[in-house]
Design a protein around this ligand. Structure first.
Ligand code: ARG
Length: 467
């Protein structure tokens, strides 16, 4: 029990059997208006479709439906104009809108909730909202891909070191590297499109959980709201949050992808690498170290996966073990998804901007590509091709040559022919052709390989795909 003053007025929406209002703390834990006001436009859209259907089915009169329609549009413009008074005692967006409608149009407002419950109402609103976010993610990804394509086209034959274990592995091209990220984002696009298609069914008309005895037309409301069809089972319709989880799953993978490129940007923009330089618009300075140009945007993009994955884990945990159908636990779904969606859209936009403004230091990349024995595999392959050695033996011979170069603190092309022949007499001067990084990348013409000719094909395919 608490000694806090208890409001004596019971809730006007559901207070018929209540003598007293809620404790102040009960009101605080129960209310969602602080965040679900973001569903206002979707809520009003759903209510308009519902009211029109009720009238078409003869469940409410055309004049009541007209009053409701006009009133809802007024409420919407009040909310959009910022003049709307949201009330915590009215708990959520649904009851805030309905209470204002009642104040505006009187009795007909009370008929809007016929054959509907807040359970199917919130499921509908939230689905519409998440569907919009899928569209926003798709648009954001497409813009990002276009920015990467511009980079890839410019640098289809710019040589850089390719890494495994962040150790120099083999030379690749800047375009090839950019296109690797494009492939990841392409799968992200697919995930958001798939999720969108699967979520595009209407829960409206499931009512509290069991459907309704009123002769409603669920097909009509589904169509009015742009859904493909009504959900088939009313219990599932009000209890399902898969659509939110799928969105979060796709968002998590996408944020993980962004985080990997962000990390590369952080490394590449360092004084030790200098492969890229972020523009002033995408860097920050230090208040104490005047020389600093910090890649803050990249670092924040790198971090966003933490929040987004956190939201995903939170919602899975909230949903786990909930018996059918609706439980109030599910009110906790929204803040997670709102925050994850905001974070993702910001990260996508920031990455796009950063990529568009990025200056690439071609010379530094090529220099780095030529060091670290990056063409050792080309040398081994040459020994197989031209000297007929089995690959294992060629690998061994090359290893000895690398050790020799390392001892002299030079790179492979700096060894003399004599030094090479001392290791294996079958080596001829022609070997020097494959030790250059340009030749190395040009030779990797297998499908999906780093040869500029293959990279340009990848770019062309993507351009066609985006239209
Ligand atoms: N604010 C609630 C939510 O977000 C709306 C549904 C309330 N339904 C109920 N039976 N209390 O989930």
């Amino acid at each position: 029990m608490t000694d806090r003053p208890t409001p004596d007025a019971a809730n006007s929406m559901w207070g018929g059997r209540f003598a007293a209002g809620p404790d102040a703390i009960m009101e605080a834990i129960n209310a969602s208006i602080g965040f679900d006001r973001r569903l206002a436009a979707q809520d009003i859209r759903g209510s308009r479709a519902h009211a029109a259907m009720l009238a078409a089915q003869g469940i409410i009169t055309p004049s009541d439906a007209a009053a409701i329609e006009e009133g809802l549009l007024t409420v919407l413009s009040e909310i959009e104009g910022g003049g709307f008074q949201f009330r915590t005692d009215l708990e959520d967006i649904h009851m805030n809108v309905e209470a204002r409608l009642k104040a505006l149009i009187g009795d007909p407002a009370g008929r809007l909730h016929t054959a509907r419950s807040r359970n199917d109402q919130v499921a509908t609103d939230f689905r519409l909202w998440v569907r919009d976010q899928c569209d926003a993610a798709i648009a954001g990804l497409e813009a990002l891909i276009r920015a990467a394509l511009t980079q890839a086209e410019a640098g289809a034959d710019w040589v850089m070191p390719g890494f495994t274990h962040l150790q120099t592995a083999q030379p690749v091209t800047w375009g090839h590297h950019m296109m690797a990220h494009v492939e990841m984002w392409g799968r992200d696009l697919g995930r958001f499109r798939d999720a969108r298609a699967r979520m595009n069914e209407s829960p409206l008309g499931a009512a509290a959980l069991a459907g309704t005895g009123f002769p409603i037309d669920r097909e009509a409301t589904a169509k009015a709201l742009g859904f493909d069809r009504p959900m088939a089972n009313s219990l599932d319709a009000v209890s399902d949050r898969d659509f939110a989880l799928e969105f979060l799953g796709a968002a998590s993978i996408c944020a993980m992808h962004l985080s990997r490129l962000a990390e590369e940007m952080v490394i590449w923009s360092s004084a030790q690498f200098r492969f890229v330089a972020m523009s002033d618009r995408w860097s920050t300075g230090s208040s104490i170290m005047p020389q600093k140009r910090n890649p803050d945007a990249a670092e924040l993009i790198r971090a966003k996966i933490g929040r987004i994955l956190g939201a995903t884990v939170a919602l899975f945990t909230i949903m786990k073990g909930l018996p059918l159908a609706y439980s109030k636990d599910m009110q906790e779904d929204k803040e997670q998804v709102f925050d994850a969606a905001d974070s993702l859209m910001l990260a996508l936009a920031a990455m796009e901007g950063m990529l568009r403004d990025l200056t690439v230091n071609r010379e530094a990349m090529e220099r780095a590509a030529a060091s670290g024995f990056s063409t050792a595999t080309d040398l081994a392959d040459w020994l197989v091709r031209e000297a007929g050695l089995p690959f294992r033996e060629a690998h061994h011979v090359t290893g000895s040559l690398v050790a020799k170069a390392e001892a002299r603190e030079v790179d492979l092309p700096d060894l003399s022919l004599g030094e090479m022949q001392a290791v294996n007499p079958a080596i001829t001067a022609a070997v020097f052709d494959v030790l250059g990084v340009q030749n190395s990348v040009a030779s990797r013409t297998s499908y999906g390989g780093t040869a500029p000719v293959r990279v340009r094909e990848q770019i062309a395919r993507w351009k066609e795909r985006l239209g």
